[in-house]
Design a binder for this molecule. Structure first.
Ligand SMILES: Nc1ncnc2c1ncn2[C@@H]1O[C@H](COP(=O)(O)OP(=O)(O)O)[C@@H](O)[C@H]1O
Ligand SMILES: [Mg+2]
Length: 389
């Protein structure tokens, strides 16, 4: 067995610029560095048009890079035709052979390479992905979800060094997607294929991937585990893109204190005291806090800000409270306990969990490292971050 930490797939300053006559060049992939460990499932997550498919197509050999290198182990793939790369792909558009049955489609590559037990292996993978009943049928009569599952089976059965999946579940309905996702995860772990899975769906990335690479505008924004990306977003883009419901992002000014605390000034009336926020200068900062990390307290509680309820929506397992902060343009969204209730115009008090408050540079958007010590600085008694007005 290969060591999991051996570099399975390496992208080295990989770049793709599309030049079209009479048009500005499009930098689809702007020189990315990425190492996918042997046997790792890396989720490549980003909005539509950010360069995910182009990255995958370069690895598969369907698109020539304009710069950089792609390696499996020490072997460079650049310049090799797709069939010499030992890379299997399941794309969103499945490219099945219409005259062949599903079983023949799945087994096609194995038969071409004269591999033993092609039919048996095709049937086994089909069984795992829940499409055994389709084996004798032709692609023409299948639903798009079924075609996608066949395309996935065909890629998995090839035993590639690297498996590339581009939105592999996008055409499945909700129930099919759940079961196929589970089976895909098990198959990937059992087979140990080094896998890159492209998706714009964060739930899919968070539930399937060992690590996530978040991409925007042709550049990698952050690579890490789901927890790292969720708990310590590297910049405003990641903070905004990852997490449902979305993180509240409130621009303001940071004022360093003298006693191991800083104050985030959101408006003339709203100041958030952050114990332990030291080492930062006075500067424009965006404060980030997830809807789950704001606590609702009585409006008169000392140190809590008086906010006004804009709307309350009771949902199934929790409630969503939207409030207005005095002098702050943006509304703040808070996730509440399911038995909470409030009406528009009600007064509420708020407290932010300081350990889960994020600060981003107001200009670059980069995460600002600050050192939160529970209990606050040694010179003061323990105090939670407070919002005061
Ligand atoms: N063949 C092409 N010619 C010109 N531009 C392209 C081509 N393929 C992709 N692009 C552009 O490259 C960018 C990234 O596209 P793509 O990799 O398909 O994004 P994603 O898969 O993340 O949605 C987009 O701006 C897209 O319009
Ligand atoms: Mg795409």
């Amino acid at each position: 067995m290969a060591d999991r930490r051996d570099p399975g797939l390496t992208l080295d300053r990989l770049e793709k610029v599309f030049h079209r006559r009479g048009q500005e060049p499009v930098v689809a992939v702007g020189g990315i560095d990425l190492v996918v460990g042997q046997g790792e499932l890396l989720g490549l997550l980003g909005p539509s048009g950010c360069g995910k498919s182009t990255t995958l197509r370069m690895i598969a050999g369907l698109e020539e890079p304009t710069g950089g290198d792609i390696r499996i182990g020490a072997r460079s793939l650049v310049g090799l035709p797709p069939h010499q790369r030992d890379v299997a792909v399941a794309f969103e558009n499945y490219a099945l052979y219409p005259p062949l049955t599903v079983e023949e489609n799945i087994a096609f590559g194995m038969r071409a390479r004269k591999e033993a037990n092609a039919a048996a292996r095709a049937r086994e993978v089909a069984e795992r992905l829940g499409i055994s009943a389709l084996l004798g049928r032709k692609p023409g009569g299948l639903s798009s979800g079924q075609k996608q599952a066949v395309s996935l089976a065909r890629a998995i059965v090839r035993k590639p060094s690297v498996l590339l999946l581009d939105e592999p579940l996008s055409h499945l309905d909700a129930a099919e997607r759940d079961s196929t996702r589970r089976e895909l995860k098990r198959l990937q772990k059992e087979t140990g294929y080094t896998t890159v899975l492209v998706t714009h769906d964060q739930q899919e990335a968070l539930s399937l991937a060992d690590r996530i690479a978040v991409m925007n505008a042709g550049a990698l924004q952050q690579v890490g585990t789901a927890e790292e990306v969720y708990d310590h977003p590297a910049n405003l883009f990641v903070a905004d893109f990852v997490g449902e419901p979305r993180m509240n992002l409130l621009p303001g000014r940071l004022q360093p204190g003298t006693d191991g605390a800083s104050t985030m000034v959101l408006s003339d009336a709203v100041r958030v005291v952050l114990p332990g926020a030291v080492g930062l200068g006075e500067q424009p900062v965006t404060l980030g806090i997830r809807p789950q990390d704001v606590r609702i307290v009585p409006p008169a509680e000392p140190g809590a800000v008086a906010a006004t309820v804009f709307a309350y929506e009771p949902l199934q397992e929790f409630g969503r409270l939207t409030v207005l902060l005095p002098g702050v343009e943006q509304r703040l969204v808070i996730e509440t306990h399911h038995d909470y209730w409030a009406a528009g115009g009600d007064a509420v008090g708020l407290r932010f969990d300081p350990a889960r408050t994020h600060l981003f540079d107001g200009t670059s958007g980069a995460r600002l490292a600050w050192d939160y010590r529970p209990g606050g600085p040694p010179s003061r008694p323990s105090s939670p971050a407070t919002v005061s007005s």
